[in-house]
Design a protein around this ligand. Structure first.
Ligand code: FEO
Length: 169
């Protein structure tokens, strides 16, 4: 594998685990506010991020590439109101999308078609994650100020269940 592509993928493992940590921090914030549905939603999001990390870890190993695990940074977001994690989540997903696109571009430049095909799933997944984040913000803008509506929204988010990623290696 091209050195740059390998290094970017290795770095992305860390970024995905950081994403998991960031979402766990958001789950923790909502748990502290008594919003167990929001907390559930972000706990599942954290699990999905761990899946993303493990898929890249496995992909590198399957291709005979050395994996180096680095320290995971402390989540650095400060949440002051119920909307903050939602907006930070969208901003973070847009950042992750830019990272995935950069790896894709490097793989394309290296004629690494196996990696571009592997990343196709992640590109689609990022589109879904950005949409989910935007939908949550919209719902909160519409209903967040009303306590009964917030209760119903919390119930809706408590129904989210974890499913394993559709991509298998
Ligand atoms: Fe793994 Fe939410 O990007």
């Amino acid at each position: 594998m091209n050195d740059k592509v390998s290094a970017l993928l290795n770095d992305q493992i860390n970024k995905e685990f950081y994403s998991a940590y960031l979402y766990l921090d958001m789950a923790n914030f909502y748990a502290g506010k008594g919003l167990d549905g929001f907390s559930n939603w972000y706990e599942i999001q954290a699990k999905e991020e761990q899946d993303h990390a493990m898929l890249i870890y496995q992909y590198l190993q399957n291709n005979g590439e050395k994996v180096t695990l680095e320290a995971i940074a402390k989540p650095d977001k400060v949440f002051e109101d119920l909307m903050d994690p939602l907006k930070d989540g969208l901003e973070h997903e847009r950042y992750v999308t830019s990272l995935i696109h950069a790896i894709y571009a490097a793989a394309q430049e290296a004629n690494d078609f196996r990696t571009t095909q592997f990343l196709d799933w992640f590109i689609k997944e990022q589109g879904e994650e950005e949409k989910n984040s935007m939908d949550l913000i919209t719902k909160m803008e519409l209903f967040g100020d009303d306590r009964r509506s917030l209760y119903l929204l919390n119930n809706e988010l408590s129904a989210r269940v974890y499913t394993a990623p559709s991509l298998t290696l």
